[in-house]
Design a protein around this ligand. Structure first.
Ligand SMILES: C[S@@+](CC[C@H](N)C(=O)[O-])C[C@H]1O[C@@H](n2cnc3c(N)ncnc32)[C@H](O)[C@@H]1O
Length: 188
């Protein structure tokens, strides 16, 4: 299937993604607590200005690492400015991806794809690459905005992840979101 050009969230609207109301409704620590522990290497795919990446860095502790990936350098700059001079800077690696390639090789324990997949030109290709990055017991958390992504489109996303070799492991309650937790199959 042809890669589609999708609209991406512009960096000048990044403030929508990190404010007190969102923190109250979608508290990153509460959402991610069951999935992230100390010492893990975790991926925040489509990290934006770092609403989740910052908390992920606190959760993995000083022995863990967060790889924060975004297509837009401006988003990564915003995150860089926030961590500069803090103890979290050593735990977060910033990486600018291409639209159709994540471009990292390090294996991760957990990958977060929060409000990302509907912006990807080829989710099927993305899930195939992600599968290769995940450790055998690794997990993926997908969340898509309910107001923007209809059920049919979300089901298609999950199907593409399954076709890439992931196993659905349940949903997670997040305000205004459709979610799916995926497990790796142990064939990688
Ligand atoms: C709606 S924002 C969500 C940001 C963050 N995950 C959050 O929930 O706060 C989507 C982010 O995905 C990034 N993005 C879009 N397409 C991408 C791609 N192909 N590869 C990496 N990042 C992408 C955008 O630049 C934007 O920062």
């Amino acid at each position: 299937m042809k890669n589609e050009k999708k609209q991406i969230c512009p960096a000048e609207k990044a403030w929508h993604l990190d404010n007190g109301i969102r923190r109250w409704l979608q508290n990153p620590r509460k959402i991610l607590r069951p999935f992230i522990g100390e010492g893990m290497t975790v991926l925040d795919m489509g990290c934006g200005p770092g609403f989740f990446a910052l908390e992920m860095a606190r959760m993995v502790g000083c022995s863990g690492r967060v790889i924060a990936v975004d297509l837009q350098q401006e988003m990564l700059e915003k995150l860089k400015n926030r961590i500069c001079g803090t103890g979290l800077a050593d735990r977060i690696t910033l990486h600018q991806s291409a639209a159709d390639e994540i471009g990292i090789i390090e294996k991760v324990d957990f990958a977060l794809c929060f409000y990302l997949v509907h912006e990807l030109p080829s989710p099927a290709q993305f899930f195939r690459e992600l599968k290769n990055l995940l450790k055998p017991e690794g997990m993926v958390f997908i969340a898509e905005p309910s107001f923007h992504v209809p059920q049919k489109a979300f089901s298609d996303t999950v199907e593409k992840a399954i076709n890439a070799g992931f196993i659905p492991a349940g949903m997670w309650k997040v305000f205004f979101s459709k979610t799916m937790i995926l497990k790796n199959t142990n064939d990688s």
